[in-house]
Design a protein around this ligand. Structure first.
Ligand code: HEC
Length: 158
């Protein structure tokens, strides 16, 4: 009786892990606001990585890295809005729901160490609102102001 029960429990415990493995999910942080990580990854590959690169490293000439940087913006006032208003994000041809998921995924995938513990994932409604007022030529000025605030907070990107 006992061994059988033990086996049954072991099997139950293994099933979710196997299912996650089969779905191609990577071990890592729990991604809140990302109901479909596989879709977010594909969206990133199609819409973002041409500039930001597959590993989020960007390029030194004109695209800032997402890796180890992007979630820092969540720690200064206006940073959360900024992430939803940069042109690459705001103007992408994805619906609000998909874009909210993609932005949440981007934060967890490339900069989990800076995602605040109490991070509230972007919702479709918030994204819909932010992308109505995308940054344009003012984006560099806004970004420099945020980076200066980050430096004051001891969180300056490298
Ligand atoms: C045409 C190149 C390009 C594409 C495509 C692009 N980005 Fe960007 N991204 C940039 C540049 C350049 C910046 C710096 C701000 C600016 O000048 O717009 C930036 C800034 C950002 C930022 C703010 C972080 C920072 O350090 O400024 C985030 C977040 C971001 N991009 C995510 C995305 C996501 C998600 C996608 C896909 C939906 C995407 N980007 C597509 C070029 C691009």
């Amino acid at each position: 009786m006992k061994p059988a029960l033990g086996l049954a429990l072991l099997t139950l415990a293994t099933v979710p892990a196997l299912a996650a493995g089969l779905a191609g999910q990577e071990p890592g942080p729990v991604m809140r606001g990302v109901p479909n990580p596989a879709q977010a990854r594909t969206d990133y590959q199609l819409k973002c990585q041409g500039c930001h690169h597959p590993d989020g490293s960007g390029n030194a000439v004109n695209t800032p890295p997402l890796a180890d940087e992007t979630a820092r913006f969540l720690h200064v006032r206006g940073g959360r809005e900024f992430l939803g208003q940069v042109p690459g994000v705001a103007s992408v041809d994805l619906g609000d729901e998909r874009l909210a998921q993609l932005l949440n995924w981007t934060l967890y995938r490339f900069d989990p160490q800076h995602v605040p513990a109490d991070f509230k994932p972007y919702s479709a409604a918030e994204i819909a609102k932010l992308r109505k007022t995308p940054l344009r030529l003012d984006r560099l000025e806004v970004r420099s102001r945020l980076v200066a605030d980050l430096a004051r907070a001891g969180l300056a990107p490298k």
